[in-house]
Design a protein around this ligand. Structure first.
Ligand code: SF4
Ligand code: SF4
Length: 374
């Protein structure tokens, strides 16, 4: 399966302090681009495709856009399997949209950084109430929502409070570290260091393992599964080149949504129906390929290379001024969490070999191993 992120616009009505992904007065995708996406992908690859509507704020494209886009994509590519996700602040969600998304099985994620006061500080006044209003609309239309929680230089010290909040609300959680961007420096003061991110991951894994029946933190499901099968199950832990693509409102194709509207990273346009071989000729493809070559060399002695693959090439580019010189600086964090998983797995295996160990009699759902085989 491969992943195509559709970015209908970079406009966004919210004004989160650390956001680098939005842009004022940006264009909005016309349904013609979706028709071109279908024509392009019909001959691009034969495996299933997963579409994520991302932004900016993708709901700004409006109900009429989605009412046409979803059947076009589903029916146009359905014979090979087409799935959908949407990442939105939910401010513009309506009953009509929620029902449409539910009918097409769209997996909706929103962003929430914890209790209201933390959101007000990090994401701006009014963010929390507007997102919660959208969440209620989703709920009453049986549309499940997961939340992405961004941890910043401020909120990293509030991890207990944030975890308790998600636990009490019964919200599932995906973690996102605030990171520097190639598109501006407004996120820099909020960014957390690789050491801080690694520490945060370890603390949260510990909490998660004590509440496996009560909450889902998808990042750890991925870290553990990737460790177990020796292959990354999310883009950051795998070779993303060619397996993740993004399309902007004009049909330009990029390696990932993080590069959208950066002209140097355009690999082609859906109107030209490029084949994989055509995209491979682009400078952007060659840059990301050079990252993979560097990972093969730099990480060859790392025991986690198969389940990490050097991390994210975008982070690596940002760290070295737009050049590939090193692997993802979050390497420190990845090593910290994989070491922790390794230690816990070894301990659990030992305990399994000694069934008299009291920890096996607790009656609670299993530990790290249960996440590996989830
Ligand atoms: S550039 Fe980074 S975020 Fe984008 S697809 Fe690749 S690994 Fe994922
Ligand atoms: S943990 Fe670090 S050294 Fe190991 S594969 Fe990942 S980026 Fe490379």
């Amino acid at each position: 399966m491969y992943h195509v992120m559709l970015v209908p616009t970079l406009n966004c009505p919210s004004n989160c302090s650390y956001c680098w992904g939005s842009k004022d007065n940006a264009g909005v995708m016309d349904i013609e681009i979706i028709k071109k996406v279908v024509e392009w992908l019909e001959d691009y690859r034969e495996d299933p495709v997963h579409f994520t509507f991302h932004g900016g704020e993708p709901l700004l494209a409006g109900y009429d856009f989605y009412k046409e886009a979803l059947p076009l994509l589903k029916e146009g590519l359905g014979d090979r399997g087409a799935g959908f996700s949407l990442q939105s602040n939910l401010w513009l969600l309506t009953d009509e949209l929620a029902q449409l998304f539910r009918d097409y099985g769209v997996a909706v994620s929103s962003s929430l950084d914890g209790p209201k006061d933390i959101n007000e500080l990090q994401r701006g006044k009014g963010y929390f109430d507007k997102t919660m209003k959208g969440y209620e609309i989703a709920l009453r239309n049986d549309l499940p929502v997961n939340f992405i929680c961004t941890f910043t230089s401020y909120s990293k010290d509030l991890v207990d409070e944030i975890f308790e909040y998600f636990l009490e609300c019964g919200f599932n959680l995906k973690l996102h570290p605030a990171l520097p961007s190639l598109r501006g420096d407004n996120s820099d003061p909020w960014a957390i260091s690789p050491e801080e991110y690694g520490k945060l991951l370890k603390i949260l894994l510990d909490k998660y393992l004590s509440h496996l029946d009560d909450i889902e933190i998808v990042d750890f499901d991925h870290f553990c599964k990737s460790y177990f099968i020796r292959k990354g199950t999310v883009c950051v832990l795998a070779d993303c080149l060619g397996n993740t693509l993004a399309v902007d409102f004009e049909g330009n194709i990029y390696p990932c949504y993080r590069f959208v509207e950066m002209p140097d990273y355009v690999m082609g346009n859906v109107r030209d129906k490029p084949r994989v071989e055509d995209l491979q000729q682009s400078e952007a493809w060659k840059i990301i390929q050079s990252f993979m070559d560097l990972v093969d060399e730099s990480c060859k002695k790392c025991r986690f290379i198969k389940m990490c693959r050097g991390g994210c090439p975008y982070n690596a580019l940002k760290a070295d001024g737009g050049h590939i010189k090193n692997v993802d600086p979050q390497c420190t964090a990845y090593k910290m969490i994989f070491e922790d998983i390794n230690k816990r797995a070894t301990k659990e295996m030992m305990a399994n070999m000694m069934p008299s160990d009291p920890s096996l009699k607790s009656g609670k759902r299993g530990g790290i191993m249960s996440l590996m085989i989830k």
